[in-house]
Design a protein around this ligand. Structure first.
Ligand code: CO
Length: 217
């Protein structure tokens, strides 16, 4: 318990600082949240979602898991997505991966870490699928970086393929899905040039952004 004392002390200072700057800050948030953005990112402690985009509490709805994977049978991720799209009516979904991702690296190298190997299997399959393209890159670090990017693009594609997002577009809802990657070494976000707002352009946007055929599953 004593080990956590610092965290609780930090929290008291943070809350007091927020009230000093904006006396109504917490009472304003209690009424309701109205974020415009859903963030789907990696659990990595070095990629704190709100902090790197400079957004305070209340402005970013967040789902994070190991290696920012979107599985169509993951009720946690799908529930976040459904609530964000249908109840909060977010306007943007940002799938954000990062270079140096331990999950991507473990999948790439086929390292055995336990249960998480099963979770990371889609990235291993992705690496095998695009093996020829990746092997054309001269440096191992370039291949690893590219696989991190391909993983983000694949997961963004999967978001677009969910019934939740497709039905929102059918209703005419204003909703755009983006793919970003974060650099641990410089703290900067890169837009991977995948920005989709309708069913019709989903597959072609992916193929244009990646330069390769979209996987069918
Ligand atoms: Co990661």
């Amino acid at each position: 318990m004593n080990d956590l004392r610092d965290l609780l002390d930090n929290n008291r200072r943070w809350a007091a600082g927020m009230v000093t700057r904006s006396p109504d800050f917490f009472s304003g948030l209690v009424a309701q949240q109205a974020p415009r953005y859903l963030w789907i990112g990696c659990s990595d402690s070095r990629v704190p979602a709100n902090e790197i985009v400079g957004l305070p509490p209340g402005e970013l709805f967040v789902h994070r898991n190991v290696a920012n994977i979107v599985m169509h049978n993951d009720f946690s991720c799908l529930s976040v997505l459904q609530y964000a799209v249908e109840v909060l009516e977010v306007e943007h979904i940002i799938v954000c991966g990062h270079y140096g991702c331990g999950g991507v690296q473990a999948a790439w190298e086929g390292r055995q870490l336990g249960l998480v190997d099963n979770w990371l299997r889609p990235i291993r399959d992705l690496a095998l699928r695009y093996r020829d393209v990746l092997s054309q890159l001269p440096e191992p670090s370039q291949r690893f970086d590219r696989l991190c990017e391909l993983n983000v693009l694949l997961q963004a594609l999967r978001v677009c393929r969910t019934t939740i997002v497709q039905q929102a577009w059918d209703r005419g809802q204003d909703l755009t899905v983006h793919a970003w990657v974060y650099g641990l070494t410089d703290g900067l976000l890169r837009d991977l040039d995948f920005s989709v707002s309708d069913v019709a352009s989903t597959e072609t946007e992916f193929e244009r952004a990646v330069g390769l055929d979209a996987p069918r599953t």
